[in-house]
Design a protein around this ligand. Structure first.
Ligand SMILES: O=C[C@H](O)COP(=O)(O)O
Length: 247
């Protein structure tokens, strides 16, 4: 089995009910085949978006707790996301790692919670600009992969997203050679550790837009994208999906 192609949108802390109009616009123009499409809205919109998008695209959360329930004010359990219609959950995004001091071990524990619930974990890794400048990128990515992905990961329950922190929301992207280098390393590490690691989908994320999508999707071992800002509007996300579908 080849890795599945996935165009994933991360709305982050953006969007209210009115933004669901974008889903109608997107769904009206989706390619009928070629790639999977996922949108991860704020938790407040998961249920409504799932109902609106049923059968057209998948919906996911942006985080979940490692525990199944309990006294954890403000948190959300994997089961609650699933109950609201989610099939995926983003875990270990650099904004969570920075804003909430999430560690690799916590990301791995949350991923296990996702697996136990039947959600696909979209596990994020990525170096800071200082780490890249110091020549540490491959070591950082290797350590994050080793620490953030739990035993039990398979191509069916796990997607990995490489998101250089310095490329997120900045309009800057790595060169294709830099993306290729990291994705080749990820493929090698995953293949060595997991029986079907060669089939796990590997996404690139960080300032993906319609104008650079096709070139990024032509990079070896890039099976899709995790898109932030450009996923908020159907007019931008639609062409990215089309580019992936055709890649
Ligand atoms: O999760 C998505 C990424 O952080 C990328 O965000 P961006 O496309 O706005 O740079």
């Amino acid at each position: 089995m080849a890795p599945r192609k996935l165009a994933a949108g991360n709305w982050k802390m953006n969007g209210t009910f009115a933004a669901l109009d974008q889903i109608d616009r997107l769904a009206a123009d989706l390619p009928t085949s070629g790639c999977d499409v996922l949108i991860c809205p704020p938790a407040t919109l998961v249920h409504a978006m799932s109902a609106r998008a049923a059968g057209k695209l998948a919906v996911g959360g942006q985080d979940c707790h490692a525990k199944t329930s309990g006294a954890h004010t403000g948190d959300i359990a994997a089961e609650q996301l699933k109950d609201a219609g989610a099939t995926h959950v983003i875990l270990g995004h650099s904004e969570r790692r920075t804003d909430h001091a999430e560690t690799d071990a916590q990301v791995a524990a949350k991923s296990l919670a996702a697996y136990e619930t039947g959600l696909v974990a979209v596990i994020c890794v990525g170096e800071t600009e200082a780490q890249r400048d110091a020549g540490e990128t491959l070591d950082v990515i290797s350590a994050q992969l080793a620490g953030s992905i739990p035993e039990g990961a398979t191509a069916a329950n796990t997607v990995i997203a490489y998101e250089p922190v310095w490329a997120i929301g900045t309009g800057r992207t790595p060169t294709n050679e830099q993306i290729a280098e990291v994705h080749a390393l990820m493929r090698e590490r995953l293949s060595a550790r997991f029986p079907d690691g060669a089939d796990m989908s590997l996404l690139y994320g960080g300032s993906v837009k319609p104008s650079n999508a096709a070139e990024i999707f032509a990079t070896p071992h890039v099976n899709g994208a995790l898109v932030g800002g450009a996923s908020l509007k159907a007019a931008d996300f639609g062409p990215i999906i089309t580019a992936l579908s055709a890649a």
